[in-house]
Design a protein around this ligand. Structure first.
Ligand code: ZN
Length: 178
């Protein structure tokens, strides 16, 4: 699932609203600042973010209230660079410096299917890039430089093994070739 590209969300059903509420709850419970639908078993273009609990700097123009729930988000106009530690709720116990754009523009839809556009920087820009990656099946492991990735190779292999062992046999076989 984490390697799949998410389907576009075209309709907002009560079930989708419930999924968003569950994702926000899961994000807060895990002390995360963002969560993609993929991480809770739905390959959809849907993500939530709330960076306000963090003490890391961020900005958003124009400002919108958090938590944010964004449908079909697309990033554009990346500016400059930032390097900061990232972790992922789907890859426990791994955190490493990742290079990201310092600022990025997000274009998406809200839960009323209304267009949303904002430019963000700092932690919010980092979270947006991490979550949009999830929606395209990309994990932050792929964004590590080669040396950092190599240093986590043993740990990642162990996590993959544990994940495969937890899958039903039919899916285990499909997953093993990825
Ligand atoms: Zn993640």
């Amino acid at each position: 699932m984490l390697r799949e590209k998410g389907r576009r969300v075209e309709r907002v059903t009560p079930e989708l609203r419930q999924l968003v509420a569950d994702m926000i709850e899961t994000m807060y419970a895990a002390n995360g600042v963002g969560l993609a639908a993929h991480q809770v078993g739905h390959a959809l273009q849907l993500m939530v973010m709330d960076v306000t609990p963090s003490d890391q700097p961020w900005s958003m123009t124009p400002a919108r209230p958090m938590p944010l729930a964004l449908l079909n988000p697309v990033l554009s106009d990346p500016q400059d660079e930032q390097i900061g530690d990232e972790g992922c709720l789907s890859v426990p116990e791994v955190s490493a410096p990742i290079r990201r754009a310092a600022q990025v523009t997000v274009t998406a839809q809200d839960l009323n299917l209304q267009p949303v556009t904002f430019t963000c920087a700092g932690l919010l820009a980092r979270a947006a890039q991490h979550e949009v990656d999830h929606l395209h099946g990309i994990l932050f492991l792929e964004r590590m430089d080669a040396a950092t990735r190599a240093s986590f190779a043993g740990k990642i292999k162990k996590l993959q093994k544990e994940t495969l062992a937890a899958l039903p046999p039919a899916r285990r076989r499909a997953a093993a070739v990825l």
